[in-house]
Design a protein around this ligand. Structure first.
Ligand code: 3NM
Ligand code: MG
Length: 542
């Protein structure tokens, strides 16, 4: 006979909070009742300050409510309170009672969960017979200031991989939830990325649920907040239109396939005239809008997050350009990312200057936590900064160590081409996205397929904002062909880089200054030539 504790559904795990900042003046028992109506599947009563008598009284009231909904109630830290109330178990932090001792007091049928932040803590918790692990801290959270380690999606994934590949059956079967900063904006991205294929060959163990405090207890409408999170957890994310497949019949490695696909996508941009919504810096707004028009897209340069939800309905795509990463800009970016993710529309991240200053490093982490990006594009140093923010171990390059990133210009490459290709591929796989590292050779990967594209012109590196306008170009292609962001980005790169070659060669272009208008002309001319069917031959230029 299966025990009750083996049947627990950890999908949406509520941790309570009784502080003024989160609960406010509301009644905890009523708040939990609403959360139960909204569909939470486990409740943990966590109260670090009340007297024992009050703790027991509240726990009893909570237990009544939970029993009505057939949902287990666990008590944070206090084994004595759990025993007094007769609820389903406890949750123990690393500084709480030792799991072995708690098990002796509670018996084998009670649920005991443990907080872990490392593989070693997970190993010990499994050995001592935990029933589930709360893995964190995922993201910095104002709910709990004294968290030990912010480990991010990748730290959690490492622990999941450890459990999954263990010789110990108890580890492989261990239930897990992640905790720290989970909310309605990031829950789908977090769970999606936790399911990402690992660097190793074994299939990944996934998370069983998410634990949240403020996203439910701190919500205005608690029931609705819980119901919304539950829906998000139980439905596939809207931002995923495809899964990179290696078993389709088309040979993506053939030049003629790349050429034919890119021409078709250029026509698709021309006929759809998709919205390219740019949240970008002042320096490039005008240039980016001209590039968008030249390739047949419809640009809007709006940095106001409040209108993003309306714009996200227009079948376009968003570019987040980190060129001006002020706190105010970041707030607007987060709103817009959430709106486009919710609408299932593509988002391009251009982490301009990432790695140059600590403020930009923080901004990058903030953006990466704000939602899902369909394409992340940047030069070598920017992509290196993203890889570091993502927790990817990158072999140091002597050259890279010597150079701090100064401005947003990229300078010569520090890593060899194979090293860069490997980094791009691993980052794409880890973030479950498409990564483009620009340079003399552009490297593009979705983790499965990788292209090295060597078109372009030196003048691109001598005018301001050319990288940013590539982000704009990619957004237009993604908007027109969201089904395969990898091929869309490849086609955008080809349109852009081949037009740069054409411009560099054209009469009247004498240097970087005259290159800019020449480049806009060449983007336009290439689009027209493709639409009119003049370029069906020409794969040899790739
Ligand atoms: N434990 P919110 S983080 C209770 O990392 C708790 O162990 C954490 O709150 C840990 O969902 C945390 O509001 C608070 O971010 C999570
Ligand atoms: Mg604790």
């Amino acid at each position: 006979i299966a025990r009750m504790k083996d049947q627990v559904d950890y999908t949406l795990y509520l941790v309570t909070d009784s502080t003024e900042a989160i609960l406010g003046s509301r009644d905890l028992v009523e708040v939990v009742e609403q959360a139960l109506l909204g569909g939470v599947t486990v409740v943990q009563y966590r109260d670090k300050t009340s007297d024992t008598g009050a703790l027991i009284a509240t726990a009893k009231a909570l237990h009544e409510k939970c029993k009505k909904h057939n949902i287990p109630l666990l008590i944070n830290d206090r084994v004595d309170v759990a025993l007094a109330v007769g609820c389903e178990g406890v949750h123990l932090g690393q500084d709480d009672m030792n799991l072995t001792e708690a098990r002796k007091l509670l018996g084998r049928d009670k649920i005991i969960g443990a907080t872990v932040s490392s593989i070693e803590e997970a190993r010990v918790a499994v050995e001592r017979g935990a029933d589930y692990l709360g893995i964190g801290t995922l993201y910095a959270t104002s709910t709990k200031k004294n968290t030990k380690d912010i480990i991010g999606v990748n730290g959690i994934r490492r622990i999941l991989r450890y459990l999954h590949t263990s010789d110990d059956e108890a580890a492989r079967k261990m239930k897990t939830v992640c905790i720290g900063g989970v909310n309605a904006l990031n829950v789908q991205r977090v769970t999606y990325q936790l399911h990402a294929p690992s660097d190793h060959s074994s299939p990944p163990k996934s998370i069983d649920g998410v634990a949240v405090v403020s996203a439910i207890v701190g919500a205005k409408d608690v029931e609705q907040a819980a119901a919304n999170l539950k829906t998000l957890l139980c439905t596939p994310p809207t931002f995923i239109h495809f899964s990179p497949s290696t078993n389709n019949n088309e040979d993506w490695t053939s030049l003629s396939h790349l050429h034919t696909t890119s021409l078709a996508l250029t026509k698709a941009v021309d006929s759809a005239s998709p919205l390219s919504h740019n949240m970008t810096n002042l320096v490039v707004q005008n240039f980016a809008a001209s590039v968008a028009l030249a390739i047949g897209a419809s640009p809007i340069m709006s940095n106001n997050g409040a209108e993003a939800a309306d714009l996200a309905r227009l079948n376009g795509a968003l570019v987040i350009n980190m060129g001006t990463a002020t706190p105010d800009a970041l707030k607007n970016h987060a709103l817009a990312i959430a709106a486009y993710n919710a609408a299932g529309r593509p988002v391009v991240l251009d982490p301009v200057g990432a790695g140059a200053t600590s403020a930009r490093k923080e901004a990058l982490s903030f953006l990466l936590a704000s939602g899902y990006f369909s394409v992340i594009k940047g030069n070598e140093r920017e992509i290196l900064a993203v890889a570091q923010a993502s927790g990817l171990a990158v072999a140091s390059s002597e050259h890279a160590a010597q150079q701090q990133q100064r401005g947003v210009d990229s300078g010569p490459a520090s890593y060899t081409l194979p090293q860069r290709a490997h980094m791009v591929q691993r980052l794409a796989r880890r973030e479950r996205t498409v990564v483009l590292m620009t340079g003399a050779t552009d490297l593009l990967s979705d983790g499965t397929r990788t292209y090295a594209l060597s078109n372009g012109h030196a003048y691109l590196g001598m005018v301001t904002g050319s990288g940013c306008t590539l982000g704009t170009t990619i957004s237009a292609y993604l908007a027109a062909a969201p089904g395969d962001p990898f091929m869309a980005a490849a086609a955008a790169v080809l349109h852009f880089e081949i037009a740069a070659e054409d411009a560099g060669r054209s009469e009247g272009v004498r240097g970087p200054g005259t290159f800019v208008p020449g480049f806009v002309d060449a983007l336009y001319a290439r689009r027209k030539a493709i639409v009119e069917g003049h370029l069906e031959e020409g794969a040899e230029r790739l």
